[in-house]
Design a protein around this ligand. Sequence first.
Ligand code: NAD
Length: 479
Amino acid sequence: MDFFANYTMSINGRAEGAERQFEAINPATEEAIARVPDASRGQLDAAVAAARAAFPAWAARPIAERQALVSKLGDLIDAHAGAFKRLLTREQGKAQAGAEWEVGGSAVWCREIAKQRLDTHVVEQDADRMVETRRVPLGVVGAITPWNFPLLLAVWKIAPALVAGNTVVIKPSPYTPLCTLKLGELVRDLFPAGVLNVVSGGNELGQWMTAHKGINKISFTGSTATGRKIMESSASNLKRVTLELGGNDPAIVLPDVNVEAMAKELFWAAFQNSAQFCVAAKRLYIHDDIYDEMAKALVGYAKTVKVGDGSEQGTDLGPIQNAMQFEKLQDLLKDARDQGLNFLLGGDVPKGKGYFVPVTIIDNPPEDSRVVTEEAFGPVLPLLRFKDIDDVVARANNTDYGLAGSVWSADAEQAKKIGAQLECGTVWINEIHSFGPHIAFGGHKQSGMGVENSLEGLAEYTNSQTIVTRKNPPGVGAG
Ligand code: NAD
């Protein structure tokens, strides 16, 4: 299989091109690297019909068989890890260490989610009757993914949906479709036809999916604005929805930390994946006592970090993934300049090819400035001073987002007390970005609805079914 040519969709176990195509761009060079099928409405209908046809047999298979096949998907990703990593860097832009983390994680997720199951519970039992609650699959799951972690976030949806007994139609972001298309090609012979269908196209294809009467659930990762539209559109047939949306995560740094040692960790908390990370630390609240020292240490460390083409050895941070996001960030930087904000580092976008934005650190901007209130989704970080804990907690919570947050201190217990006051789905104390197949992840407020990962995440791919059995109906039994 050639990972670097011939991108086709997977519909009912077969390769499919399309009448129209669009281009995938390498963000480090702005060169077109592939032509990608742009699915027609008829092709989406065919994919949904294939998924519906495959559903009864797939759902009826013993869970151990479904788990074994999902685990094999992990083995296949591992077996092709080198090609996936190169392709991921080409289409997404990320540096090699990041690609390694994502591809390795995708394989681990498949194997670990494949160990999960939801058991039937007996909730009442006596001589007369038994009441059981079990989980049954929903039918066809429509999965829609963004461009920052295209492979891993696809697996976060595919693996639990299939283990739970659903069939899947997945649509990657039009900016990063290639790894997902190759994943579909890789498993054409692994899963029965129609169990996993991969279609590619633009936002309109996503809209068709959310309105499609043949799809029972939408599992979506992307922006809050799109999440709202998806909820509206999914109402047509009361689809189940899981929404993993944007964030504007606060990190609170107390005065007792070791500044030099912590600066490096805080840098990566904010800038990993060029800050195109839903859970990047996006507002760094630093206690007044150490603010100047920490700002200096952060800037010092940032200067050692290399921004460049992710495919080159030595690159730490790649480009912004696409032109739309690149323009959005330039607009944010212009606004910061127009407001007269103080740049401690960066701010000037270099001329030349590639969507490169330098690491930019802004010194204590007003709390209502755009760099503080908006999710930058790129390497523009505001440092914010605080003196009082109640004040910083209120400022941290003063947002419609509620994805995650972190607190950093030599006193973990004190940090935990502060963290518990944050209005968000995940609170990290003295660490950040630890995820696991067994750890529930989801947003509060407008950062999402429902969770992914863990048994709770698996349950979101099922309906609850209660079975009540009367043991001795009249006229039955020994008489
Ligand atoms: P996006 O919302 O623009 O697009 C995400 C996906 O939705 C793409 O596949 C796109 O084609 C599709 N889409 C767009 N409009 C649609 C519509 N009306 N109906 C159906 N589908 C539609 O988001 P993005 O720019 O690709 O990703 C960045 C955002 O994702 C950021 O806000 C980030 O914080 C968020 N994100 C969240 C998580 C999380 O787990 N919470 C993880 C990664 C990214």
